[in-house]
Design a binder for this molecule. Structure first.
Ligand SMILES: *Cc1c(COP(=O)(O)O)cnc(C)c1O
Length: 406
């Protein structure tokens, strides 16, 4: 039995509404069942009315679903919602954050092209470029993220793409995205920003002039540590290339994961605000603790780019990193003496996590590359979750007390 429902109330017709309204409602397509929640379409293929209909849909002459490698209504709802939040013409969902980066490069770059990647990006991103993409003739250089003169000097006539993470993991370095977009465009290249740490709730790179936004949806878009996924978002012309790659190569997001991410987006800004509030309180507290030598958090007045962070972001995010006395042994002792905080390299979870970047996320880099990226052996990264901040502090106090016995 199908219910009648008012087509005039389609959530996909939203216009002029605020961020939180888009986060809750954008992209939803109701079926004739009139369901209130987003439907989950578990199907690998779709039926056609006739052979001619199949031919027309395969050829793209008639819109409609063909095969879930590249057309699935639940995935499309997620793509439309995240596009609305980022202010993008189109978003393409992928199986993971890494496959989003791969899909972007494979669809927009060719052998002989030059790519600039900020020095302090996610460890696997560096491996992707260094170990794999270089083998296919993509040239790569790594300017320091914050240094605009370094960027200016690094462009070549064949530079096709500049790719940055701002803020960076784990040191919370920033680049002035608007200024870098101008430099990049003056060289005829595209600027892509990995917006994983801020999410569109705190920063909208396309509105600052970037051309492409990348997400690991695995992190704050999910927000509860359940599913892997990724997003590439930007202008329709470039996204058509990304869709072509996805259709052909298949790093496709599962509809189940898309459904989880749709639910995650509904609470995105509330969560990001709570994460950021607790992280700021923790960073301020850490600065006063014995045994803590340096705290990296852009919400601190001591952060060299604090003013830029205030201008460019709505808040400072959840990730706080700090260096402790006693080198690697000290860092490991602090981590091991915590009782509640999870020892895991993931982030973007309601549960607070703690990790030692030098031997985990950045462990595959050479000592020299690690030092160049500023990842010292005494560095600890905490991704602040949504537990009571007093309990997070108490647990880290247990950790820091262990420094006295190292
Ligand atoms: C985790 C992460 C990625 C990779 O995402 P996956 O979903 O794990 O593949 C890329 N960029 C940043 C900044 C990340 O934190």
């Amino acid at each position: 039995m199908t219910q009648e429902w008012d087509a005039g109330r389609l959530d996909s017709d939203l216009g002029g509404v605020g961020f939180d309204t888009l986060a809750v409602r954008a992209g939803q397509q109701r079926t004739p069942e009139g369901e209130h929640g987003e439907p989950l379409f578990f199907t690998s293929s779709y039926v056609f009315r006739t052979a001619a209909d199949a031919a027309a849909r395969f050829g793209g002459e008639v819109p409609g679903n063909v095969y879930s490698r590249y057309t699935n209504p639940t995935v499309r709802m997620f793509e439309e919602r995240i596009a609305a939040l980022e202010g993008a013409e189109q978003a393409v969902a992928t199986a993971s954050g890494m496959s989003a980066i791969l899909a972007m490069v494979m669809s927009l770059c060719s052998s002989g092209d030059h790519v600039l990647v900020s020095r302090s990006v996610f460890g696997s991103t560096i491996s992707l470029f260094e170990k794999y993409l270089k083998r296919f003739g993509v040239q790569v250089d790594y300017p320091p993220l914050a240094d605009l003169d370094g960027w200016r000097a690094a462009f070549k006539p064949n530079t096709r793409l500049a790719f940055v993470e701002s803020p960076s993991n784990p040191l919370a370095e920033l680049v002035d995205i608007a200024a870098l977009a101008e430099i990049t465009h003056a060289h005829g290249a595209l600027l892509a920003v990995d917006n994983c740490f801020c999410t569109p709730a705190l920063q909208q790179p396309l509105k600052l002039g970037a051309d492409i936004v990348i997400h690991s949806a695995t992190k704050y878009i999910d927000g509860q540590g359940r599913c892997l996924g990724g997003v590439v978002a930007g202008r329709a012309a470039q996204m058509a290339e990304v869709v072509g790659f996805l259709r052909t190569a298949g790093p496709t997001l599962s509809p189940f994961n898309a459904w989880v991410f749709l639910k995650g987006l509904e609470t995105l800004r509330v969560r990001m605000r709570a994460h950021s509030e607790s992280a700021l309180e923790l960073a301020q507290w850490l600065e006063g603790q014995p045994g803590v030598e340096r705290v990296y958090y852009s919400g601190l007045a001591s952060h060299p780019q604090h003013e830029l962070a205030k201008r460019q972001q709505k808040a400072f995010g959840a990730v706080v990193s700090f260096e402790v006395a006693g080198g690697k042994a000290g860092a490991w002792a602090v981590i091991d003496a915590t009782r509640m905080i999870s020892i895991t390299t993931n982030l973007g979870d309601t549960k607070t996590t703690i990790a030692h970047p030098a031997t985990t996320s950045h462990g595959r880099l050479s000592q020299q590359d690690r030092e160049r990226a500023g990842i010292h052996d005494n560095l600890i990264r905490v991704a602040v979750g949504l537990e009571d901040i007093d309990d997070i502090k108490a647990d880290l106090a247990l950790g820091l007390a262990a420094l006295r016995t190292v």
